[in-house]
Design a protein around this ligand. Structure first.
Ligand SMILES: Nc1ncnc2c1ncn2[C@@H]1O[C@H](COP(=O)(O)OP(=O)(O)OP(=O)(O)O)[C@@H](O)[C@H]1O
Ligand SMILES: [Mg+2]
Length: 362
């Protein structure tokens, strides 16, 4: 399959809202998806991800704002007049049609002659690694294979924009990892502009050029996977990106590009990547950035080991401290420090982010 360059368009939302009666499902959001890139909408259940996707497809009308695809205002265009296809969570395959007919179906609707559409469908199946499965029925396929058929069916239409709504949620963990890599590979190889919905942060980090984190109908933060992982701007984003230790702290000094942050007895001197101007802050610490030491130090926090778990590839600790409870993931040592022990927690600075306390403005 080859693509004609002028078909590759980006997507832009300009202050788009969607209301259902009194419920605001999406509240004046603006974002851009650059042509040929994959952007993920990441967020908890009910935050407005599917509604946003359906508005790109034209399956849902915007209550306010403007939607552009390939620079063209499509706000009022129905789904049938937009060059967008969607891969659904449920795959939505036709149970009575074989694999080839399922993949060729969209082409048939678009009036592509039989020989040509079967040829394209075969090429699509080869692309997702399902050559030889043409005559099977969906019921004769595994979940992962059905998912591939759904992807092939969307790919053969060579849409201007390809949408994925939690496409992997019916698959087991191992298959999910393989499929997400396959989807990403196909997407970048074909240069397809794609919007991908998930509530799994690891999946989002793995597949995306950019991630849009949504919370309660608005955008909480947008950036590259590395931006979001290293520099969350709020407690919500930190928590959602897996930084599970969120402790109250204060900033006592800011000078020469560095900040001094206190929490419990610990004092950390951090580079001013800190995105907060307030003095009352939340210190967000990745479980992997904490280690146990046997000696005290000014940048260490006295702790008591409450729980130690050996998990083969790593150890997990739950620690009590004056700043609160800490959860630790340590892949570097083999022998757990036993519960009841006193120790000191040390912190790797790259795994520490300062964010505003909830209710405070950055
Ligand atoms: N047709 C509808 N009528 C009324 N409210 C709706 C409708 N569709 C969605 N909503 C509401 O809009 C909000 C956003 O829904 P949406 O389906 O976009 O969430 P989501 O982020 O996709 O969640 P999930 O992860 O559970 O799929 C929710 O509060 C939902 O209840
Ligand atoms: Mg949804």
């Amino acid at each position: 399959m080859t693509r004609t360059d002028q078909k590759i368009g980006g997507v832009e939302f300009r202050s788009v809202s969607r209301r259902y009666g009194k419920v605001t499902a999406v509240d004046a959001i603006s974002f851009k998806v650059e042509p040929g890139t994959l952007v993920t909408l990441l967020g908890p259940s009910g935050c407005g991800k599917t509604t946003t996707l359906r508005m790109i497809a034209g399956l849902e009308a915007a209550s306010e704002g403007q939607i552009l695809i390939g620079g063209r205002d499509v706000t009022l265009l129905p789904a049938t007049d937009r060059d967008v296809t969607m891969v659904f969570q449920s795959y939505a395959l036709f149970p009575h049609m074989n694999v080839l007919d399922n993949v060729a179906f969209g082409l048939e609707v678009s009036g592509v002659p039989k020989v040509q559409r079967e040829e394209q469908a075969m090429a699509g199946l080869a692309m997702v690694g399902l050559a030889g499965f043409e005559t099977r029925l969906p019921s004769e396929l595994s979940g992962g294979q059905q998912q591939r058929v759904a992807v092939a069916r969307a790919l053969v239409l060579e849409p201007e924009v390809l949408l994925f709504d939690e496409p992997l949620s019916n698959l087991d963990a191992k298959l999910r990892r393989k499929m997400r890599d396959d989807i990403r590979e196909l997407q970048s190889k074909l240069g397809l502009t794609s919007v991908y919905v998930t509530h799994d942060q690891e999946e989002a980090l793995a597949v995306s050029d950019r991630i849009i984190v949504m919370n309660r109908a608005v955008i909480a933060q947008e950036g590259t996977p590395a931006d979001l992982y290293r520099r969350p701007v709020s407690r919500f984003v930190a928590d959602f990106m897996g930084i599970s230790n969120l402790l109250d702290g204060t900033v006592t000094r800011r000078a020469e590009g560095r900040v001094t942050a206190h929490f419990g007895e610990a004092v950390l001197d951090l580079p001013e990547t800190a995105i907060t101007r307030a003095d009352e802050i939340t210190v967000a610490i990745r479980p992997q950035a904490i280690r146990l030491a046997t000696e005290p130090g000014p940048d260490r926090l006295p702790v008591t080991v409450r729980k130690a778990t050996y998990l083969g590839s790593h150890l997990e600790y739950v620690l009590d401290s004056s700043a609160g409870e800490l959860f630790v993931v340590d892949p570097t040592s083999e022998t757990p420090v036993p519960p009841g022990s006193s120790a000191w927690a040390t912190f790797r600075h790259e795994g520490v982010a300062l964010v505003p306390r909830d209710g405070q403005v950055a």
